[in-house]
Design a protein around this ligand. Structure first.
Ligand code: NAP
Length: 308
């Protein structure tokens, strides 16, 4: 096999991509994974993971990903620390081009490029990411038992996060920039019934305040200009996610929010191209789910290779 030709190429190096690499390499097909400059995905920024099965004590995101990376390498996957910047799915085998202009061909491609939590872009928000500011209530809610938290946003994610956080927090403020929530009516009814939830309409987050860790937020009434401070050490930003699908636009079916449309078996709109993890999952966004769909995608790719 030529150096640049593989049977399976995986794009992305989070739990979905690395699990796909483990399964594809174990299927004894030539497998390469393009993981960007620092393979590991979003979990590299996560300090403690308490909900990945198999770890009785919290595991650092970087340690979990290093383990998956070593496992994929040991089983024979070739890892490239480069980004794929262009794809051609119109002809088979598919062609993938890296940032440095190298071209690779693959008979099957698994896309696991993930999704980024959208941030407001305030300097104080970025200063406290991981120290009070979080983009994932499921991951970090547990750290705020008995404390007050706020959630920024008005969509389904913000509503679900606010409801989830009532399990731990003494009080949950949902701060939304308009006078109406975008969240579906079922979730809105649950929010209204939540004794610990206070919805603050027509307010934007101006600043996250604190010392070493966040201690609260300054919010501004967009109608009056008045500001007030909420003493919330937990600040959950839930204004949506951006799936990393720019290079696939026009080449695969994407939904209205730019997620890759894939069926239950990870098949995309192009035969031989599979999708796994957050890039095709607007709902769960959990490492274990991503790993599960990565496994599915590799098994589907192996079956596709046998049949084609
Ligand atoms: P979304 O529907 O795009 O909602 C984002 C929310 O954040 C909106 O309320 C928006 O305000 C607000 N927002 C955006 N930018 C902002 C900014 N710069 N400052 C302040 N607020 C800002 O995102 P999502 O809630 O993550 O949902 C994404 C998709 O996944 C949706 O299709 C949703 O239905 C789906 N989803 C479904 C479920 C479920 O069914 N259980 C759960 C989660 C997500 P405006 O309203 O003013 O635009």
């Amino acid at each position: 096999m030529n150096e640049n030709n593989y049977r399976v190429i995986i794009i992305g190096s989070g739990p979905a991509g690395l699990t796909a690499a483990i399964y594809a390499a174990r299927g004894l097909v030539g497998t390469a994974l393009f993981g960007g400059a620092a393979p590991g995905g979003q979990l590299l920024q996560t300090t403690e993971i308490e909900n990945f099965p198999g770890f009785p004590e919290p595991v650092a995101g970087a340690d979990l990903m290093t383990g998956m990376l070593s496992q994929a390498k040991r089983l024979g996957a070739r890892i490239y620390n480069e980004d794929i910047t262009a794809v051609d799915f119109a002809r088979h085998p598919f062609t993938l081009t890296t940032a440095s202009g190298q071209q690779y061909s693959a008979e099957a491609v698994i896309i696991a490029t993930g999704a980024r939590a959208r941030w407001l872009g305030l300097p104080s928000e970025q200063k406290y990411v991981g120290r009070g500011v979080s983009g994932c209530a499921t991951c970090d809610g547990f750290f705020y038992r008995g404390r007050e938290v706020c959630v920024i946003g008005g969509g389904d994610s913000a509503a679900e996060d606010a409801l989830f956080l009532t399990r731990f927090a003494a009080k949950v403020y949902l701060v939304h920039r308009r006078d109406k929530l975008r969240a579906n009516p079922r979730l809105q009814a649950k929010l209204r019934a939540g004794a610990k939830i206070e919805i603050i309409y027509n307010h934007t987050l101006e600043e996250v305040q604190g010392e070493a860790k966040a201690a609260g937020v300054k919010i501004k009434n967009v109608l009056t200009g008045e500001t007030r401070v909420l003493a919330t050490p937990g600040v959950f930003i839930a204004i949506g996610h951006e799936p990393a699908t720019e290079i696939f636009r026009g080449k695969l079916n994407l939904d209205d929010s730019s997620y890759i449309v894939a069926d239950d078996h990870t098949h995309t709109s192009v035969a031989g191209v599979f999708a796994a993890g957050d890039v095709m999952d607007p709902d769960y966004k959990q490492a274990i789910v991503a790993a599960g769909t990565g496994c599915k995608a590799a098994m589907e790719a192996l079956e596709y290779l046998e049949e084609n």
